[in-house]
Design a protein around this ligand. Structure first.
Ligand SMILES: Nc1ncnc2c1ncn2[C@@H]1O[C@H](COP(=O)(O)OP(=O)(O)OP(=O)(O)O)[C@@H](O)[C@H]1O
Length: 577
């Protein structure tokens, strides 16, 4: 609730408008019956037409004023709820963007999507209800009780005495609904996750003939969700009949006792009809509050799920006092760096890594799968933070930079080619929004992507599907490389970024990179020796440790791990060089 109040307080003027509008409801719902009761009592036999005309005009004024106020209220509610949900979604998005890969993994992508979609919508639904009834129901209830007591005290006591039954029933039902609501939201996360996996893994599912297996899995999750929802709505369904039973009992008691008072001359017919009207309104207010209570558990679950995200401090922390800018040189140094995933207590993925890379150098990493090459690359732009030791860029610890400043120094091509829905041009401009057409053309030419872009009917304006799924693996890799080249940074980081290229394209690309990036620092992670054989320094990784450093020739002679990799990839002649 604290979260919602924080957002509500941002829009005090709309809350005030809502409060003013709420009086419209009272004017209509209580003012008109009061006038009606007066009319019945004072002119029961209809002998005073002038009185009735005045009464009709007063009732009409009540209706018009009430209507205007209600319109104001509807406007205020609509504005405030849509603004708050917009703010929550924006703030969630901004907060989630600061999450490290570890943070994402902890919550899961599907859960984060449900948070910004369904949970935020639930807050909007509850807010709409509470703003519609939150002011009105207590105001109406209080006014109705005052009027009821003014009409007849014994009747009022009987009516009010019955109401705790409603509260007790709602309390017990809601306790159960709260638990079910948490399960229901979790069930929705599972459905979203399954759906995501199904859509992104469609080709694998088809290739393995697993459509029916997937359908059964989805149906099972869907059925579980339905069972939970059924159980929850069954519980909630009890609330309305309980209201009706209490209401009818009160009505029967009031009418019976009221007739007795009328026969004794202690109550007028007008007063009894007014009394019944007020009872209606009091119970209607209860019903409105009941709806709030019914929705509350689901709202509470959604808010606490969102609050949990906001309470999560991203593991990669911004350094607001950090270095904003310094000279872009491109000097990189690892100083006894060790790293473990998770909270740092797990097995070391990198162990005591030290090396330096100077501007103009190509430093390559090779090693068996799982030896820690990609992890090492991810530490440089602080996608993860080192567990021990430090990484220095241009003489400053990466953790002592502001994140933006640090990442300006690095142009990174991740192992998995990631493109976004939009045109090729938009994807390239991701590297630098201010890049000119000439900059894009130059990057595309170096990345060996010119020929395939030129062959497309729409060229740079070709629209890429989500994730670039309408391109081949090699085309995607080349666009990702071109995007990194558009960025123009002093350090380039290629994490196994040439693996989907044929040998000729790979060779051409490296030749052009060496020409164009002659003064920058290039870090290349690769599986293929042919990709890195001309590197200034090759570092061989094995189980997270450096087991060899040198040029291709040196390592071929001195390093057993490198020799083994080389033997599996090179011909006898190549090995003899
Ligand atoms: N996000 C992660 N959470 C936990 N462990 C991870 C994570 N990513 C990688 N690992 C583990 O860290 C180790 C090193 O993985 P890494 O991806 O760095 O190796 P690699 O040398 O790049 O492998 P490959 O050549 O297959 O890409 C592996 O044992 C892997 O299982």
């Amino acid at each position: 609730m604290a979260l919602t109040i924080k957002y509500l307080l941002r829009y005090k003027r709309f809350l005030l408008l809502n409060l003013i509008g709420a009086f419209g409801f009272i004017v209509i719902e209580l003012g008109i019956p009061t006038l009606l009761a007066q009319g019945i009592s004072n002119n029961f036999d209809g002998r005073n037409p002038a009185y009735m005309t005045t009464l009709a005009v007063k009732m009409l004024i009540c209706a018009v004023v009430g209507l205007i106020l209600l319109l104001i209220m509807a406007y205020a509610i609509d504005r405030v709820t849509s603004l708050i949900v917009r703010d929550i979604r924006n703030d969630l998005f901004t907060h989630i963007q600061r999450f490290s890969a570890d943070d994402y993994e902890r919550f899961g992508v599907s859960r984060l999507i449900t948070n910004t979609g369904n949970d935020a919508y639930m807050i909007m639904q509850f807010l709409t209800l509470i703003l519609r009834t939150g002011f009105i129901a207590p105001l109406m209830l209080t006014s109705a009780f005052v009027l009821i007591f003014r009409q007849n005290v014994p009747l009022a006591l009987i009516s009010i005495g019955m109401t705790p039954i409603i509260f007790i029933a709602v309390y017990f039902i809601n306790k159960r609904v709260h638990r079910l609501s948490a399960k229901q939201q979790k069930g929705l996360d599972n459905i979203n996750q399954n759906m995501r996996e199904n859509l992104t893994g469609l080709r694998v599912i088809r290739a393995f003939n697993k459509e029916s297996f997937q359908t059964t899995r989805f149906a099972s999750l869907n059925t579980t969700y339905r069972h939970i929802s059924d159980e929850m709505y069954q519980k909630l369904a009890f609330i309305s009949p309980i209201f009706s039973v209490v209401f009818c009992t009160i009505l029967v008691l009031v009418i019976n006792l009221g007739s007795l008072y009328i026969s004794r001359g202690e109550l007028s017919v007008g007063s009894l009809s007014g009394f019944i009207e007020y009872i209606f309104h009091a119970l209607f207010s209860f019903l409105m509050l009941g709806n709030v209570l019914i929705l509350y558990p689901r709202f509470e679950v959604s808010t606490s799920r969102i609050q949990e995200i906001f309470n999560t401090t991203p593991t990669i922390l911004e350094n607001p006092d950090g270095v904003q800018s310094n000279e872009h040189i491109g000097h990189l140094a690892f100083d006894h760096v060790s790293f473990s995933y998770g909270d740092g207590s797990e097995e070391r993925v990198l162990d005591d890594i030290s090396f330096t890379a100077e501007p103009g150098q190509v430093i390559a990493f090779i090693g068996s799968t799982g030896s820690g090459k990609s992890t090492l690359a991810r530490l440089i732009p602080r996608l993860f933070d080192v567990s021990q030791g430090k990484i220095l860029i241009d003489g400053v610890d990466v953790q002592d930079y502001q994140l933006q400043a640090l990442r300006k120094k690095i142009s990174y091509v991740p192992q998995k080619a990631t493109l976004f829905a939009g045109t090729i041009r938009e994807n390239l401009l991701f590297g630098d929004q201010s890049a000119t057409d000439e900059d894009l053309a130059s990057a595309v030419e170096i990345a060996q992507a010119k020929a395939f872009i030129d062959s497309l009917p729409e060229k740079y304006d070709t629209v890429l599907a989500e994730g670039g799924s309408n391109l081949s693996g090699g085309q995607k890799q080349r666009l990702c490389i071109a995007r990194a080249l558009v960025k123009k940074a002093p350090i380039y980081l290629f994490d196994d970024s040439f693996s989907a290229l044929d040998y000729k394209t790979d060779a051409n690309l490296r030749r052009r990179l060496n020409q164009e990036l002659a003064t920058t620092t290039m870090i290349i992670v690769a599986q293929r020796i042919s990709t890195i054989r001309n590197a200034d320094k090759i570092i061989v990784l094995n189980e997270g440790q450096i087991v060899g450093t040198g040029t291709h020739r040196e390592l071929l002679i001195t390093n057993a791990v490198y020799q083994e990799i080389a033997k599996s990839q090179l011909t006898e002649e190549e090995l003899a060089i």
